[in-house]
Ligand binder design. Structure first.
Ligand SMILES: O=C(O)CCC(=O)C(=O)O
Length: 286
């Protein structure tokens, strides 16, 4: 069942990122937003990253400056383990059918998370490519960023460098340290051609995992919360430990088990798994 137009598919091939309006249903959206509101309320009682994931790291990550009055919950790791609506959302049309139009019918789950920029928090994302955090045997890997809030130019939208999925894999290592961010001078050269991806609540950005991307702080009074799911062609085999391990990793989301491994040639440095709650901690240390 194709849901994307030929033009949308061509744009994805050329630029590496498209916004799909109405990517999720109203009930899914309402349920995901309710979950996140509850987690923000819970976070008011906390002063440091808390909860526990599959691999023993904190599940809920707080931006420095977080307080009960001004909560700054910036990351929830593996929400698919907390409420069924998250897995259901990425297994159902139209989202999964759109991904199948771009990556082929056989699709496997890799990991998920929520990234939020609550009003007044300073959360930013430095330039990086997801593929250098999550290398697979081939690069048919896609990051789906579902807008749980309207995303505007003011509330810290995703910014990508169109076409960068066809270019080099940039190092995330500098002076012997894994910083989780592309070298600043290279990143500065992306700024001129960077494109912001905005859209209504319920839309989703479908982004090739090799696309260079970043996002700035939320300068508005409105939140910007994304449910992010990374999935891959089922014949793309992960080559390094999952940075956001989940009991759902490897789950077939669509199509059939291919019973094959497909590999393409590339070379890159080994990524480092964050020791803290999220890659925000790695990037902040850089
Ligand atoms: O939250 C964002 O703006 C970007 C998310 C992202 O790049 C990531 O979590 O890898």
């Amino acid at each position: 069942m194709g849901v994307l137009t030929a033009e949308q598919v061509a744009r994805f091939r050329e630029e590496g990122c498209i916004v799909l309006p109405d990517a999720v249903t109203e009930p899914q959206l309402a349920a995901m937003r309710r979950c996140f509101e509850d987690w923000v309320e819970d976070s008011r009682a906390e002063t440091a990253a808390y909860g526990e994931t599959f691999d023993g790291r904190p599940r809920f990550d707080l931006e420095p400056g977080h307080s009960a009055e001004r909560p700054a919950l910036r990351r929830v790791a593996s929400p698919t383990e907390l409420d069924d609506v998250f897995l259901e959302t990425i297994q159902r049309a139209p989202l999964i059918e759109a991904v199948a139009d771009l990556m082929g019918p056989d699709l496997r789950f890799h990991h998920s998370k929520i990234n939020s920029k609550l009003p007044g928090s300073a959360t930013t994302v430095k330039w990086h490519q997801d593929f250098t955090f999550d290398p697979h045997s081939n690069d048919d890997v896609i990051t789906c960023l579902v807008f749980l809030d309207e995303v505007t130019l003011e509330n810290g939208p995703l910014r990508t460098l169109p076409g960068s999925h066809k270019g080099p894999l940039y190092s995330l290592w500098h002076d012997g340290r894994f910083t989780g961010a592309i070298d600043e001078e290279i990143a500065d050269s992306f700024e001129r051609d960077a494109v912001c991806h905005t859209g209504p609540v319920g839309a989703a950005c479908l982004m090739h995992a090799r696309v260079a991307h970043a996002s700035t702080a939320n300068l508005s009074a409105e939140p910007r919360t994304l449910f992010i799911a990374v999935m891959a062609a089922a014949d793309a085999i992960p080559l390094s430990p999952n940075p956001v391990p989940s009991r759902h990793a490897g789950l077939l989301l669509h199509g059939q088990e291919p019973g094959r491994i497909r590999s393409t040639a590339f070379e890159m440095e080994t990524p480092e798994i964050p020791e803290g709650a999220s890659f925000f901690v790695q990037q902040a240390e850089s």
